[in-house]
Design a protein. Structure first.
Length: 229
């Protein structure tokens, strides 16, 4: 069961950013929710297959006309899944900013959050690689690009705010380092999708982060260089 599906589970299931209480007591998902769950399931179960409204309607058990009563287009369905990703990730990143102790810990928690979310939501993760968006409106691909840009901005902010939190200034170029951390994360996500979800993105992550950490956080070992805007 994906984290997306867990919206319909009791409140002690995996936490959900969009619906803390509204759906916790619901006995069954709404038709709109069922459509989105079916789309996520098809993305997971049929990698590379072309998704049609006819096939989606059959999976949900309704007519195509019923689909369009809830979503005017397939693009709107993808947009709703992207919105779920955004709401879930960025609400939790905000918590990380307030709860985690050091910049190193905050960066690692942000990256682990993204990897864990993808691992729990394999079908939706395909959207992050852009694979199922081929042939769809450019607006969807741009929104995915903006999502990753926002994550990179959060990482850069963590590094730049180190002096304000009582830590030594980051001894390097925050732009380059934030991009490197995100690039590693995106690479793990791509491997996950390319392996048909068999190569889990969190596998050996602890060891990989230690390697990144030792190379990126070197306070006191070199003079700080000026940040680029």
């Amino acid at each position: 069961m994906s984290e997306f599906d867990s919206q319909q589970q009791p409140s002690n299931a995996a936490p959900d950013a969009r619906t803390a209480t509204a759906t916790a007591t619901a006995k069954k998902p709404s038709r709109k929710q069922q459509i989105l769950q079916s789309l996520a399931a098809i993305l997971e179960q049929s990698p590379g297959a072309r998704i049609t409204t006819a096939g989606l309607a059959q999976h949900v058990g309704v007519s195509e006309a019923a689909l369009y009563r809830h979503f005017p287009s397939k693009a709107k369905m993808f947009e709703a899944l992207i919105e779920f990703i955004e709401d879930t990730l960025f609400s939790r990143i905000s918590q990380i900013h307030t709860e985690a102790s050091t910049a190193e810990v905050r960066c690692e928690k942000v990256l682990r959050l993204v990897l864990t979310f993808c691992e729990k939501n394999p079908g939706i993760t395909r959207i992050l690689t852009g694979d199922p968006l081929a042939g769809e409106t450019d607006r969807l691909r741009q929104r995915v690009t903006q999502l990753f840009d926002r994550i990179e901005t959060q990482l850069r902010q963590i590094l730049r705010e180190m002096p304000m939190r009582g830590e030594p200034a980051f001894p390097g170029d925050t732009v380059i380092v934030a991009n490197l951390m995100l690039s590693v994360t995106e690479g793990r996500i791509s491997q996950y999708v390319r392996s048909d979800f068999s190569r889990l993105p969190t596998t050996e992550w602890d060891a990989q982060w230690q390697t990144l950490q030792s190379g990126l956080f070197r306070q006191g070992k070199e003079e700080p260089s000026a940040d680029r805007e």
